[in-house]
Design a protein around this ligand. Structure first.
Ligand code: SAM
Ligand code: DTB
Ligand code: SF4
Length: 349
């Protein structure tokens, strides 16, 4: 059955504002049509390059210009990544998401290292996801050839609110990167953050844009306010806002894995259970997200047991990509210098 992709903000506001019992029932019904309601994907985040980012994303502890307490690191080695991935697999995780604090990928030795990390983790039979900032079509093709399963690139908010949060790149750059990913077999992971001071209409507008893209996974992050960032004093979002957001995302992007992402430290088990009922079917596990705390795996495993949830197996939703070894690759680095925009020309730097 075809999925509807022409939702309007008003339609989504009507859905979002339904009485909770009706909203959750409707979302759970959609969820059961496309997914096993007792299965939840466990993903593990690995910050392969932490801190020192030139961008000015107001929420992000890794932006070099904010004085946060995080410790920056150079690119992790392939062997460290392999060891961490094996540890995650043994703990029940089926997916590794490697994040780099980069504005965009630059062709060169570090990208070659990342390609090797992708090959290595895919050969462990785990889903490999990368989130490396903006990428060109050739870079997306090279990641696909290495065996990348998913690329994460969040819209983060509505186009209108985006420029309140980030001035060093434009919304269109995000869409362009997603379009580059869609030219390959890599699945798209794209979602956003709630609780940055945006209006409800912005959240719904973001879901309208996502429903046109129909990403294979949609992370819903609640802002983790980090000391030193411009958003350090934002009020936390309530569980009811999270629940309504998850349910609305489930209804309008029905086939996606909807992920309870940042913010689970402040959610009770009961709150998370409601979100799973309303269609969330993925979490990040492990006691750290990229730089901020997350519930530890044994607590999550206890929650799974309590709720009768099963961890999803790797490649249940899409087939495992093949890995082409570096020496057999037909693609080469183009040494591109893409013209990603700088809307306000690094005005704060
Ligand atoms: N540099 C790449 C980029 O921006 O696409 C990849 C890493 S970036 C940290 C990945 C995502 O983490 C962001 O798009 C944002 O959604 C999320 N994120 C970062 N800081 C956050 C925070 N304090 N609270 C919630 N989500 C956050
Ligand atoms: C996503 O949407 N959330 C994850 C992942 N994709 C890369 C990152 C959350 C980061 C939260 C802040 C931190 O730990 O630095
Ligand atoms: Fe953080 Fe990514 Fe923005 Fe850099 S581009 S500041 S890592 S969210």
């Amino acid at each position: 059955m075809e999925v509807k992709t022409n939702w309007k903000v008003e339609d989504l506001l009507t859905i979002y504002n339904k009485p909770i019992m009706e909203l959750v029932y409707e979302a759970a019904t959609v969820h059961r049509k496309y997914h096993d309601p007792n299965t939840v994907q466990i993903s593990t985040l690995l910050s392969i390059k932490t801190g020192g980012c030139p961008e000015d994303c107001a929420y992000c502890p890794q932006a070099a210009r904010y004085h946060t307490k995080i410790e920056g690191n150079d690119l992790m080695s392939v062997s460290q990544v392999k060891a961490q991935a094996l540890r995650a697999k043994a703990a029940g995780s089926s997916r590794v998401c490697m994040g780099a604090a980069w504005r965009n990928v630059k062709d060169g030795p570090e990208f070659e290292e990342v390609l090797e990390m992708v090959r290595t983790v895919n050969k462990l039979d785990m889903e490999v996801c990368c989130t490396l900032g903006m990428i060109t079509e050739n870079q997306a093709k090279r990641l696909a050839e290495a065996g990348l399963y998913a690329y994460n690139h969040n819209l983060d908010s509505s186009e209108e609110y985006y420029e309140e949060i980030i001035s060093t790149r434009a919304y269109q750059d995000r869409i362009d990167t997603i379009k580059n990913v869609q030219k390959t077999n890599i699945t798209v992971c794209s979602g956003g953050i709630i609780g940055m001071g945006e209006k409800l209409e912005d959240r719904m507008q973001m879901l309208v844009t996502l429903s046109k893209l129909q990403p294979a996974s949609v992370p819903i992050n609640a802002l983790v306010p980090v000391e030193g960032t411009p958003l350090e004093e934002q009020e936390p979002v309530s569980i009811w806002e999270m629940l309504r957001m998850v349910a609305t995302a489930r209804i309008v992007i029905p086939k996606a894995q909807v992920r309870l992402s940042a913010g689970r430290m402040s959610m009770s088990r009961e709150g998370q259970a409601l979100c799973f009922l309303a269609g969330a079917n993925s979490i990040f596990a492990g006691d750290k997200l990229l730089t901020t705390p997350n519930p530890n795996i044994s607590e999550d495993m206890e929650m799974f047991k309590l709720l009768g949830l099963r961890p999803q197996q790797a490649f249940e939703k899409h087939p495992q990509p093949e890995t082409v070894e570096a020496e057999d690759s037909k693609l080469v680095s183009l040494g591109e210098k893409p013209r990603w925009s700088r809307p306000k020309s690094m005005r704060n730097s």
